[in-house]
Design a protein around this ligand. Structure first.
Ligand SMILES: [Zn+2]
Length: 285
């Protein structure tokens, strides 16, 4: 079984604010390359058995993908999609939004992004959210590491801040996205010391040298069992991610550098994130 733990849906024309559009222009990204994201999501995530889907609520950086939109998208393929709610701590009613998503919209987890939401992981509003999630068994997937967005402190994305959260909420299941790039080593240090903290390898394969080194480091620390497969659709697809992760040793060429063992790669691709994060299996509904 393959679980894609990290996929997005949005309609850039409707859901992106001026600040986000300016950041995209600055970085040379044209949202048109993603096509119809919702249609492509339904099609391309078939390369996995189950996909976790979220939008993003981050007023500080111009993201406004309503949770209702994501829940309605998941309802188109409830046998293989799971909805994570995105909660923006800068909104007055952030706890009401969380409870609504959990009780009425079918959210089985939460997506937070301190760098995008302009709040430190130890912010007391986040602590309200962590408390609710721990109590109700909702895992949290955090954006960790860098991003193209501007105007907020990169420090909020440092993996080490989630170490403190894990100390304060030992029963909270957490996933640190993108191995916290470019602080993959810091992320590995965090995930190996907390039973319920994991990382995903979404959006990394297209920096092949760094990805190879991160995977070697992961193997040397023997922390590969704490890593989950994810794509970060629409920035890539589930199928392209699987294909390119399998090819990660190609960067070593004829150098004689040590390989990342094939069984390590396959175990990550096939890791049962549903069981590890106590998520319902939509295939068994
Ligand atoms: Zn993402």
């Amino acid at each position: 079984m393959i679980i894609d733990i990290h996929t997005h849906v949005f309609d850039a024309a409707q859901h992106f604010g001026p600040k986000l559009n300016a950041d995209l222009v600055r970085c040379g990204v044209d949202p048109a390359v993603w096509g119809n994201v919702e249609e492509r999501h339904l099609e391309t995530t078939k390369a996995a058995d189950v996909a976790v889907v979220f939008g993003l609520q981050a007023s500080a950086t111009g993201w406004n993908i309503p949770n209702e939109v994501v829940a309605a998208h998941v309802a188109k393929a409830p046998e293989r999609l799971l909805f994570f709610a995105s909660i923006d701590p800068l909104q007055q009613d952030y706890m009401d939004e969380l409870e609504k998503c959990h009780r009425h919209l079918g959210a089985v987890g939460v997506k937070l992004a301190p760098l995008y939401q302009n709040a430190h992981p130890q912010d007391k509003r986040y602590y309200d959210i962590y408390r609710y999630c721990q109590k109700n068994g909702l895992p949290i997937l955090f954006h960790a590491g860098t991003s193209f967005v501007s105007g907020t402190p990169l420090d909020y994305s440092r993996p080490v801040h989630f170490d403190t959260v894990a100390v304060d909420f030992p029963d909270l299941h957490m996933v640190l996205a993108h191995l916290g790039h470019p602080w993959e080593g810091e992320t590995i240090a965090v995930i190996r010391r907390h039973a319920n903290v994991y990382a995903d390898i979404s959006a990394l394969y297209y920096r092949p040298w760094q990805f190879y080194n991160s995977m070697r480091l992961l193997t040397e620390y023997k922390a590969q069992h704490k890593v989950l497969f994810g794509s970060d659709f629409p920035f890539t697809t589930t199928g392209d991610s699987i294909k390119n992760i399998r090819a990660l040793n190609a960067v070593t060429g004829t150098s004689g550098l040590p390989q990342v063992p094939a069984d390590v790669i396959e175990e990550i691709i096939h890791r049962d994130a549903l069981r590890l994060l106590n998520l319902p299996n939509p295939l068994q509904k």
